[in-house]
Design a protein around this ligand. Structure first.
Ligand SMILES: [Zn+2]
Length: 320
């Protein structure tokens, strides 16, 4: 493991960067702004589907998107969780540059886990997590990207999908005989009709942002992304190198993650997942994952900044 991490140290990255063209951030992505959107979400309280805090957050996202986007679709429905609970869910889809037929999809989940089931103290397992990183960070970065797209339109079309109920899965993943594992309920619901695309004119690719604000985060290639969604994976990690973020993005395979990108890729939109899957302390997800330490104090604005500027550049550089 040390050898793997060493390969992504600044020294060797500088060596391998010979021949990598340099890039400058396009647009005006603000780390302070993105951080404030994380703080705002945490201030609502845990965004557990079916709770008032969750609904307040959904309304806030919708209101911001109505101010910035060219179209906003609010998709409401109900889904059955692994334990039989019927959850009301809300997916929010914001469209930019609607006349363009070539489109890119950006995705984050905004719900948060009802259970801190990775806490060492079992007494805390039924306490909802703050979800600053897991839920809050990806949503915040996409909101700051939306604020930018409102000021400077992309050349291609861009759709931002905020999905619900990603994190209501069972503690230990077990796949039922129907193939249902209980995770990613909002994106599964969305793929039933893929508003606004239907089954026609799907976006060229998708980029999922999940847990993109942790302290000392390094983003390795997520296993399924580099296997099944090569185009967006190469675009994101190449752009990060060009921007000089070789300390934060590592062009080596990290973990294999069950997340919304699998659902969306299976539905026909190859989608890469920017997620911390090989953290220095755990070798997989960050140590705050599904604990009460997933709070604002453990969010690093510089990480939000690197991810946001990278994705925004990918979007702005895309051509019809
Ligand atoms: Zn989670």
């Amino acid at each position: 493991m040390l050898a793997v991490l060493a390969a992504c140290s600044p020294g060797s990255a500088n060596d391998s960067r010979q021949g990598v063209s340099r890039s400058v951030p396009m647009g005006e992505f603000s780390a302070d702004s993105a951080y404030s959107y994380v703080a705002r979400q945490v201030a609502f309280g845990p965004r557990v589907p079916g709770t008032a805090s969750h609904d307040s957050c959904a309304t806030w996202i919708e209101t911001r998107m109505r101010a910035w986007a060219d179209s906003v679709i609010v998709q409401k429905g109900t889904v059955a969780a692994f334990d039989g609970t019927v959850l009301p869910i809300t997916n929010i889809i914001a469209g930019f540059n609607l006349p363009q037929t070539k489109r890119i999809l950006l995705v984050a989940h905004y719900d948060t886990r009802p259970w801190a089931d990775r806490e060492s103290d079992p007494e805390l397992h039924n306490t909802p997590i703050p979800g600053a990183n897991d839920g809050g960070s990806g949503t915040a970065v996409l909101m700051e990207i939306a604020r930018n797209l409102a000021r400077k339109a992309p050349t291609v079309g861009v759709d931002i999908l905020f999905v619900d109920a990603e994190d209501y899965g069972p503690g230990e993943t077990s796949i039922s005989d129907t193939g249902f594992d209980g995770w990613c309920l909002g994106s599964r619901y969305w793929t039933q009709n893929m508003i606004p695309y239907g089954n026609h004119n799907l976006p060229a690719y998708g980029i999922l942002l999940d847990m993109v604000g942790g302290r000392d985060a390094v983003f390795h290639y997520e296993y399924f992304s580099q296997r099944d969604a090569v185009t967006p994976t190469v675009k994101v990690w190449s752009e990060a190198m060009q921007l000089g973020y070789e300390n934060i993005f590592c062009r080596q395979v990290g973990g294999a993650v069950n997340d919304d990108h699998l659902v969306i890729t299976a539905a026909g939109i190859p989608t890469t997942d920017i997620i911390e899957s090989n953290s220095k302390s755990t070798g997989s997800f960050p140590d705050t994952w599904h604990t009460l330490d997933d709070n604002l104090e453990n969010i690093d604005p510089d990480v939000l900044d690197a991810v946001g500027k990278t994705v925004l550049n990918v979007v702005y550089k895309e051509r019809p």
